[in-house]
Design a protein around this ligand. Structure first.
Ligand code: NAD
Length: 467
């Protein structure tokens, strides 16, 4: 049994789910394999109708699901409502966009008909992290089911409850297994799994990629980030910008893949920046019970996460915002800005996934760009300037899947401009049109084949060649 405590009030057990031992994963995947044969033969309209009904059911339960999500993760209630509401909108977006994305395309190239057909893979294994469990699972579940795959999802044992409910509300060829790395590995390594979709940290990603690679199973990996936010020398430290920046770091207690995790400021402006940042935190950052009105930051997810966060509070460490939490009741960490740490310090060099953020002074733009582009993750980055064109020119030089101007992680997943960036560490893409394409394989039918061996090469070169 996996029992989940409320990270804001650890004496309170929010709920429990039955753990799926690795030995039982086989039966679940076999059942999913049987689902798959029926589901792949089901017309796309019927498949999408299941997703529409799922969206309606989740929306109807949004209030209750949001409270459950807040209680199991420690995320503030408004963010939980936002996450689940976005998952509903994403489901509906897939319903609208899947038919053209998965439609056949036929051309006659003069040598014959070419028909490009989209086919599901089979059973998709979806392995998801705890920090946004509903939307991150939905980015896999919705397109995978729309394309005709069956899905087995394995949530993080740190946040299994809301996703378990959401899976039941969608139904159809969607199953869930619960457990940690061993359950995940049994799923990824199963013979009937034909596509792996993983979101999580680098260590889990490496293990999953190795297992999938060994079986030649295609995989999508969405990994972590150590996003830099670079202030150019003309960037204003006005209240609105600084408020945005503070929440871009401390939403979900800094446990967001695309949070602003390292701040870079011209060295001469560092003291002014620190003053402005502390003032912004005093305006917008309130640590406390995530279900309480006015609280903008809850606890971290676990005792281990709290220990790791506390270890990062070193050097010139400035406490931030108002701390209204009872520190002993839950896994609360005082949010902090660490001024001018050593760039080799783990707080700067690795993803902290905690409410402690470093700020470093820099001398020139080329040097700060090189520092910003360091690391294996390359998920997101932001640049701040009074001159948007200058900022966009700088943003073009980031090595990251998403680059933001004068904000951070506010528009990365906009359904109005749905593009999915490719991260340096990413394998495959999720989200938007590219994310739909990930869950279907293409088969090209050639009819008729007209290549005649020995017929000679036409003037200007061949238009076809058997490779
Ligand atoms: P994690 O890697 O510890 O766990 C993610 C999932 O993988 C969990 O379900 C876990 O049980 C499973 N898992 C771990 N090791 C495994 C193994 N060897 N075999 C199979 N399954 C395994 O990550 P987490 O702590 O849940 O989430 C935090 C990380 O996820 C951060 O690094 C964060 O940046 C990243 N993240 C990335 C994105 C993105 O879209 N790029 C979004 C959210 C979070």
């Amino acid at each position: 049994m996996i029992r989940r405590e409320n990270p804001a009030r650890v004496s309170e057990i929010v709920g429990s789910v039955a753990q799926t031992p690795a030995a039982e994963v086989d039966a679940v995947v076999r059942a999913a394999g049987a689902d798959f044969r029926r589901w792949a033969a089901t017309p796309i309209d019927e498949r999408l109708a299941l997703l529409s009904r799922g969206a309606d059911a989740i929306e109807a339960a949004l209030g209750e699901l949001s409270v459950l999500l807040s209680r199991e993760t420690g995320k503030v209630l408004g963010d939980c409502r936002g996450e689940i509401g976005f998952a509903v909108r994403y489901l509906r977006w897939v319903v609208d966009h899947a038919p053209p994305a998965y439609a056949d395309r036929e051309v006659d190239d003069g040598l014959g008909r070419l028909i490009r057909q989209h086919k599901p893979y089979g059973v998709v294994a979806a392995i998801t992290p705890w920090n946004a469990p509903v939307i991150l699972a939905m980015l896999k579940i919705a397109p995978a089911l729309a394309a005709g795959n069956a899905v087995v999802v394995k949530p993080s044992p740190l946040a299994p409850l809301t996703l378990d409910r959401v899976v039941a509300l969608i139904g159809g060829p969607l199953r869930v297994v619960h457990g940690g790395a061993a359950t995940g590995a049994a799923l990824v390594g199963h013979d009937l799994v034909r596509k792996v979709a993983f979101t999580g940290g680098a260590a889990g990603g490496r293990a999953v990629a190795a297992l999938a690679g060994d079986r030649l199973t295609p995989a999508v990996l969405e990994l972590g980030g150590n996003d830099p936010a670079v202030f150019l020398d003309d960037a204003p430290f006005d209240d609105a910008a600084m408020d945005r920046l503070v929440m871009a770091t401390f939403a979900t207690s800094g446990q967001v893949c695309m949070a602003a995790k390292r701040l870079y400021v011209p060295a001469a402006r560092l003291p002014d920046f620190v003053d402005a940042y502390l003032a912004a935190a005093a305006r917008v950052l309130v640590t406390g019970d995530p279900l309480a009105d006015g609280v903008t930051m809850g606890p971290v997810i676990s005792a281990e996460a709290r220990r790791a966060a506390e270890a990062l509070r070193a050097g010139d460490c400035r406490d931030l915002g108002r701390f209204d939490a009872e520190p002993e009741a839950g896994y609360f960490v005082r949010p902090a800005l660490v001024v001018s740490p050593d760039p080799r310090d783990p707080l700067v060099a690795a993803e902290q996934f905690a409410p402690i953020v470093p700020v470093l002074g820099y001398q020139d733009e080329d040097a700060v760009l090189a520092a910003a582009n360091e690391g294996e993750l390359g998920l997101g980055a932001s640049v701040w300037s009074a001159d948007e064109d200058r900022a966009v020119a700088f943003a073009r030089r980031f090595e990251a899947g998403f680059a933001f101007v004068n904000t951070h992680n506010r528009t990365g997943m906009s359904l109005r401009a749905p593009f999915g960036g490719v991260k340096r560490s990413g394998w495959g893409r999720e989200y938007a049109g590219e994310g739909l394409a990930e869950y279907a394989q293409t088969c090209v039918i050639h009819a008729p084949a007209v290549y005649r061996p020995g017929a000679g090469i036409p003037a200007g070169g061949p238009d076809a060649y058997p490779v």
